[in-house]
Design a protein around this ligand. Structure first.
Ligand SMILES: C[C@H](O)CC(=O)SCCNC(=O)CCNC(=O)[C@H](O)C(C)(C)COP(=O)(O)OP(=O)(O)OC[C@H]1O[C@@H](n2cnc3c(N)ncnc32)[C@H](O)[C@@H]1OP(=O)(O)O
Length: 640
C-alpha cells in the first residue's frame, strides 16, 4: 500500500486548526511535507475563522526530523539546491511570528528538524516518555532550522550544549523540568488535546499572554520606568493588601493613614498578611522580615516628594478622592503616577480638580490584593501610554496579570458580572431555593454561589453597589428588595457571622434555614411568581438564567470596546471572578454554548420575565449572522 504523505489541516467549530504531518513511519520532513506545512500555516494565518493552531504528527510520532534521504541525494548529485530553505519562511515568518497562538502537541518523538519545528511554536505540550533531541551532529550537520538559537533560550546554555554537542536526547519529563515542554499530558494524549477542557485551558494560557500586548502602548518603543518607591493611601483591607503585594516584590512602600490608630491597624494587617504566607509555607521568615523593612507608615505627605507612584485606596467617596488627588498632584514629583484603586467611581471625576489628567489611571486590585492575580488597569482618554506601560510593568513585577480596560462604571469585570447576583435574586423571588442555586453554580465550577459570595462581600456593600449600578444601567436591572431586607434583619454577611449562611469560627458556612422568612417577605413584595406559585426549573436552566445575562453584559462590554480583545475578558473573568478556567472564560464558554442558543433563550426569558433578560444588540447581531462573540468587530468604536 502506498504511503500517505502530506500535511492536513482540520478546523473545529471552536476555531482551533489542527495541522498534522503525515509521512510514515517517523513523519520525516520531506519536501512535500515542508511545502505542505508552509501552505497550511499561510492559510491558517490568513483565515479569520481560525484563532489558534495545533501542530502535531500522525501515528503517535511528532517528527523524526529533516528527511535524511535528501542528504543522500545531495551527496549523490552534488546539487545543494535540493536542500529547501526552511528557517526564514516557515519557521520564522509563518510559525514563530504567527499572531495566532500556536502549540506543538508532541507524541513519541521530536528529533532534529522535528524538535526545531516544535520549538518555533509558542508552546509545547508533550505526552509522557516522548524523545526530544537534536541529533544532527551524528549526521555531520548542525541543527539547521534555528535549533541552535532556540534550544539554549528554552533550556539554558549548559543543557543545550550537552544536548547538541553530545546529540543527547531527553524525555518529555526532563524537557518539562528544563522548560522545553510547557505541559505534559496523560496517555490519552490525542483525545485530551482535542477535548473541550484542553482547548479552554490552552485558550486561557495564550489569552493571558495576549494581555501584555496593548496597541499604541507596548508597540511604540516606550520603555517602562522603574518604580522604586510607591505610596499607598489608606491602610484598610485593600490598601494593606496592595502594600503587601508591593513589599513582596522588593518595592519600597510608604503607607499613609489619617491617624495613628488607623495607621497601626494598617501596618498590623500587612504583618498579618506576611505571617499567614509564612505559616502556609509560601514565604520564608527571612523574606517576610525583609519585606516589612521596606514599609514606612506615615501620617503626612512629607515622604511623597520622591515617590514614583501613588495608589489611592480609601473609601469610595468622590469628594474625598478628589481632595486627595488635588493634594498629591501638588506634593508628588511631576513624573509620579497618580493611581486610584476605585472599583466604581469614574476616573475622570476623581481627577476632575487636577491638571494632571495624563498621569491619572485606575489600578483596580481584587481582594485580597496580595493573593488575587488580576490587576485591571483602567485608562481614560487622557491617560498617557507611558503611564499605562509603567503600571503594566509594575503589575508584572508584583506578579499580577495586568489587563488594560476602558473607563466605565464597574470597568470590565464588575460590570460584566453585575447581573450575576440579580439573576440569582430573580430565581429566588420566582420561588427557587437559594441554597440550591448556590449548589448548582458551584457544581458549574465557580468557587462560590451568588448568595455565599454576597455574604462574603457584605450586604452593606451590596446595597451601595446596587445603587451605583442602578444609576448607570438601571434600564436592565432586576430590582429585588432581598438585600435590604437581609440587612434590616441584622444579617450583614460573613462580617457579622450571619447572612444567608451562618459563619462560626473554625467551621464551614452552614445554610441558615431561618433566612427563609426574609426570602418569603421579598417574594411577597416582588410578587413575580406566575399565579403565586414557585416556578419549576432544571439545574441547566438555573445556570442559564444566571450566566446568560452575564454573557449579555459581556457583549455590551465588547461592543463598547471596554476591552481590547474578547480574550482579555476571558482572562479577567477567570482571574477576577474565578470563572472556571477549564471553561475558558466567559466569552469562550459562551461561544462554546453558541451565541444563537443564548440569544434565543434570553429572548424567550425576556418575553416572560422582562427587560433584565433582553438580548443586547451585539448578541443579536452575532446570533443572526452566525458569528462567534469573540470575533473582532469589523469597525471598532473602542474606548481604548
Ligand atoms: C535541519 C535539521 O536540523 C536537520 C535534521 O533534522 S537532520 C535529521 C535529524 N534526525 C535524526 O537524526 C533522526 C534519525 N532517526 C533515528 O534516530 C531513528 O530512525 C528514530 C529514533 C527516529 C526511529 O528509530 P526506530 O523506531 O528504531 O526506527 P528506524 O528503523 O531507525 O527508522 C524507521 C524508518 O524511518 C526512517 N527514518 C528515520 N528517521 C528518518 C529521517 N529523519 N529521514 C528519513 N527517514 C528516516 C528510517 O530510515 C527507517 O526507514 P526504513 O523503514 O525504510 O528502513
Amino acid at each position: 500500500m502506498a504511503k500517505k504523505i502530506g500535511v492536513t489541516m482540520e478546523v473545529g467549530n471552536d476555531g482551533v486548526a489542527v495541522i498534522t504531518i503525515s509521512n510514515p513511519p517517523v513523519n520525516s520532513l520531506a519536501s512535500p511535507i515542508i511545502s505542505g506545512l508552509k501552505e497550511k500555516f499561510q492559510d491558517a494565518n490568513q483565515r479569520s475563522d481560525i484563532k489558534a493552531i495545533v501542530l502535531t504528527g500522525n501515528g503517535g510520532r511528532f517528527s523524526g526530523g529533516f528527511d535524511i534521504n535528501v542528504f543522500q541525494q545531495v551527496h549523490k548529485t552534488g546539487d545543494i539546491s535540493l536542500m529547501p530553505e526552511v528557517s526564514i519562511d516557515l519557521v520564522c515568518n509563518l510559525m514563530e511570528d504567527s499572531r495566532k497562538p500556536l502549540v506543538a502537541a508532541v507524541e513519541g518523538l521530536a528529533l532534529g528538524g522535528g524538535l526545531e519545528l516544535a520549538m518555533a511554536c509558542h508552546a509545547r505540550v508533550a505526552a509522557p516518555k516522548a524523545q526530544l533531541g537534536l541529533p544532527e551532529l551524528t549526521l555531520g550537520v548542525i541543527p539547521g532550522f534555528g535549533g541552535t538559537q532556540r534550544l539554549p533560550r528554552l533550556v539554558g546554555l549548559a543543557k543545550a550544549t550537552d544536548m547538541i554537542l553530545l546529540s543527547k536526547s531527553i524525555s518529555s519529563e526532563e524537557g518539562q523540568k528544563f522548560g522545553l515542554v510547557d505541559a505534559l499530558e496523560a496517555e490519552v494524549f490525542k483525545q485530551l488535546v482535542m477535548s473541550d477542557t484542553a482547548k479552554a485551558l490552552v485558550h486561557v494560557f495564550f489569552a493571558q499572554r495576549a494581555t501584555s500586548k496593548v496597541p499604541n502602548v507596548t508597540d511604540v518603543g516606550l520603555k517602562p520606568r522603574p518604580m522604586k518607591k510607591v505610596a499607598v493611601i489608606g491602610g484598610g483591607l485593600m490598601g494593606s493588601g496592595i502594600a503587601t503585594a508591593l513589599l513582596l516584590s522588593n518595592t519600597r512602600v510608604v503607607l499613609k493613614e489619617i491617624n495613628p490608630d488607623y495607621l497601626q491597624k494598617g501596618i498590623k494587617s500587612v504583618e498579618a498578611n506576611l505571617k499567614s504566607l509564612v505559616s502556609r509555607g509560601k514565604l520564608t521568615q527571612d523574606k517576610a522580615g525583609k519585606a516589612l523593612s521596606l514599609l514606612k507608615g506615615v501620617l503626612d505627605y512629607a515622604e511623597f516628594k520622591d515617590v514614583d507612584m501613588v495608589i489611592e485606596a480609601v473609601i469610595e467617596n468622590i469628594q474625598l478622592k478628589q481632595k486627595i488627588f488635588k493634594e498629591i498632584e501638588e506634593i508628588c514629583p511631576p513624573h509620579c503616577i497618580l493611581a486610584s484603586n476605585t472599583s466604581t467611581i469614574d476616573l475622570n471625576v476623581i481627577g476632575e480638580k487636577t491638571n494632571s489628567k495624563d498621569r491619572i489611571v485606575g489600578a483596580h486590585f481584587f481582594s485580597p490584593a496580595h493573593i488575587m492575580t488580576l490587576l485591571e488597569i483602567v485608562r481614560t482618554e487622557n491617560t498617557s501610554a507611558q503611564v499605562i506601560l509603567d503600571l503594566m510593568s509594575l503589575g508584572k513585577a508584583i506578579k499580577k496579570v495586568p489587563v488594560v480596560v476602558g473607563n466605565c462604571i464597574g470597568f470590565a469585570v464588575n460590570r460584566t458580572f453585575f447581573p450575576y447576583t440579580q439573576g440569582a435574586h430573580m430565581l429566588v423571588n420566582l420561588g427557587v431555593d437559594l441554597f440550591r442555586v448556590d449548589r448548582v453554580i458551584t457544581s458549574f465550577g465557580l468557587p462560590l454561589g451568588p448568595f455565599q459570595l454576597g455574604d462574603l462581600a457584605g450586604h452593606g456593600i451590596g446595597m451601595a453597589v446596587k445603587e451605583i449600578y442602578a444609576k448607570a444601567y438601571g434600564d436592565r436591572m432586576f430590582i429585588s428588595p432581598l438585600t435590604e431586607l437581609l440587612v434590616k434583619s441584622g444579617r450583614n454577611g460573613k462580617i457579622n457571622g450571619r447572612g444567608y449562611y451562618i459563619y462560626e469560627k473554625g467551621s464551614k458556612p452552614k445554610p441558615d434555614s431561618s433566612v427563609l422568612s426574609v426570602v418569603e417577605e421579598s417574594r411577597k413584595l416582588t410578587n413575580i411568581m406566575p399565579g403565586g406559585k414557585p416556578i419549576s426549573v432544571t439545574d441547566k436552566e438555573i445556570v442559564e438564567m444566571i450566566l446568560f445575562p452575564v454573557v449579555n453584559e459581556a457583549c455590551r462590554v465588547l461592543d463598547e470596546g471596554v476591552v481590547i480583545r474578547a480574550s482579555d475578558l476571558d482572562v479577567a473573568s477567570v482571574l477576577g471572578m474565578s470563572f472556571p478556567s477549564y471553561r475558558g472564560g466567559i466569552i469562550f464558554w459562551a461561544d462554546t454554548v453558541g451565541p444563537k442558543y443564548i440569544y434565543e433563550k434570553l429572548k424567550r426569558l425576556s418575553e416572560t420575565y422582562g427587560g433584565f433578560f433582553k438580548p443586547s444588540r451585539y448578541l443579536e447581531e452575532r446570533a443572526m449572522n452566525g458569528m462567534r462573540l469573540s470575533e473582532p468587530k469589523a469597525s471598532s468604536r473602542s474606548r481604548m
